[in-house]
Design a protein around this ligand. Structure first.
Ligand code: GDP
Ligand code: IMO
Ligand code: MG
Length: 426
């Protein structure tokens, strides 16, 4: 397995958590490298459901080291709650390490996220309001507070005071909303620092040491390619880079150390939040997929918009991430449909577009060109190997792979760890 980066190829929620957990068995270390608790990764093991937001989905294997890299933004209260809820369920978190350089989400980031969304009116992004964007803004503006600063009392007090002064001025004067009280932030954050300091480390050293020894590492992406700040449907994106290149930056390893990249895609497409979505289905088929797939957000509970598999996006994700393989999840959700469709290109006015466009104006005018394939009626949730799948389901997968331009290595036929078919050695 060696070093594998696993990313989302669509708008997030592709099932990265499940595939990470599945592959984690062969890994020595699992690393989250970007995003924050805007992510919601669900892992189902037998009858137990785990919803992870910040902690890598490898945590359920007790002998693996789990890393939160410098590219992640951390809400300490959420992290502590997640640690506690795992410990309460008998899962040890002793092997977790958090980067000294990861940035900290503070209460004013939540308020700014909310205020910015409100001020945008019907142009809002539909963020998770977890303070993610404002925290990355502070990081880029070089005024952020890192984990290393949080656990240094004097440094934290100084940085917090400065930030509260500036943020309160923005909140009250620009957004006409309430500010935060310095003391009311300081006290709880001091106690968070006390709890978290034992996990804080220079994680790049730890990760590179495992690489040097020839260990297996799985880098777990959050969000998806189309939510990428550079390559996604800007401005309807998140504020980090969910694409594979960010694994190096967010974990502190060089690009020469990455062996393979796997892209996770649903057998259809979903999106939470605002922004264009060419293959969206606002009809009974969309409702069927939403219902069968339980398409409601892990983090916010919002219904996910649903549509057909988009091959233009698939190709784009293969290119941007340098995908070696695809992992196709939730194939079982499409069972029972008479026909299934794959978008192979977009019709834009008199042209056919085969590459994903940068202009949202253009994208919102694009009409998908579909290829229709016969569906399958069988329940496939107990399929253990490719041959167990109905011939039409296999034909569908073959076509998805052809259109996107990457082989399928993993197929998901249910939410449980065991409901996974492997078709290539990773
Ligand atoms: P992530 O954010 O990419 O980790 O994905 P989420 O966990 O937010 O959403 C994926 C949902 O689909 C979760 O509820 C998973 O338990 C579920 N899931 C993952 N793979 C499969 C699959 O192959 N079949 C079905 N039916 N559910 C799946
Ligand atoms: P996982 O890791 C799906 C979306 C939000 C919004 C946009 C910006 O579970 O796949 P943000 O709060 O990040 O500023 O919101 O990004 N979004 C996600 N959608 N899955 C996610 O994570 C997401 N994380 C953010 O809905 O449209
Ligand atoms: Mg999710």
């Amino acid at each position: 397995m060696s070093t594998v980066v696993l990313i989302g190829t669509q708008w997030g929620d592709e099932g990265k958590g499940k595939i990470t957990d599945f592959l984690a068995e062969r890994a020595d270390m699992i690393v989250r490298y970007q995003g924050g608790n805007n992510a919601g990764h669900t892992v189902v093991v037998e009858d137990k459901v785990y919803k992870l937001h910040l902690i890598p989905s490898g945590i359920l294997y007790q002998d693996k080291t789990c890393i939160i890299g410098s590219g992640v933004v951390i809400d300490p209260a959420v992290l502590i709650k997640e640690l506690k809820s795992l410990e309460d369920r008998g899962i040890s978190t002793a092997n977790l390490k958090i980067s000294q350089r990861a940035h900290v989400i503070l209460p004013y980031h939540h308020l700014l996220d909310q205020a910015e969304e409100k001020s945008k009116g019907n142009k809002k992004i539909g963020t998770t309001i977890r303070g993610i964007g404002p925290t990355y803004m502070d990081k880029s503006a070089r005024v952020g507070i890192r984990m290393i600063d949080l656990i240094d009392q004097t440094e934290f007090e100084y940085l917090l005071k400065e930030n509260v002064r500036v943020k309160n001025s923005m909140l009250t004067r620009v957004y006409n909303s309430e500010g935060v009280n310095y003391q009311a932030v300081l006290e709880p954050y001091r106690s968070y620092a006390e709890i978290l300091k034992k996990y804080v480390a220079d994680v790049s050293i730890i990760v590179n040491r495992v690489i040097e020894k020839g260990g297996n590492i799985l880098f777990e992406g959050a969000q998806g390619t189309l939510l990428d700040l550079d390559h996604g449907t800007y401005p309807y994106v998140t504020s980090s880079n969910p694409t594979s290149g960010a694994a190096c930056i967010g974990a502190g390893v060089g690009p020469t150390k990455i062996d393979r990249v796997i892209g996770v895609a649903k057998a259809y497409t979903t999106r939470v939040g605002e922004g264009p979505f060419p293959t969206e289905l606002n009809d009974e088929v969309g409702a069927y997929i939403q219902n069968q797939g339980g398409e409601f957000g892990t983090t916010t509970g919002r219904p996910r918009r649903c549509g057909w598999f988009d091959g233009v996006i698939g190709r784009y994700a293969v290119r941007i991430n340098g995908l070696n393989y695809l992992a196709i999840t939730k194939l079982d959700v499409l069972s029972g449909l008479e026909k299934v469709k794959i978008c192979t290109g977009y019709r834009y006015r008199d042209d056919i577009i085969e590459e994903f466009p940068a202009s949202l104006k253009l994208l919102s005018e694009c009409v998908p060109v579909y290829e229709e394939l016969p569906g399958w009626q069988e329940d496939i949730t107990s399929a253990e190997k490719l041959e167990d799948l109905p011939v039409n389901a296999r034909k569908y997968l073959d076509r998805v792979s052809e259109v996107a331009g990457a082989p399928v290595a993993i197929i998901g036929v249910g939410s449980k760890r065991a409901q996974t078919i492997v078709t290539a050695e990773i």
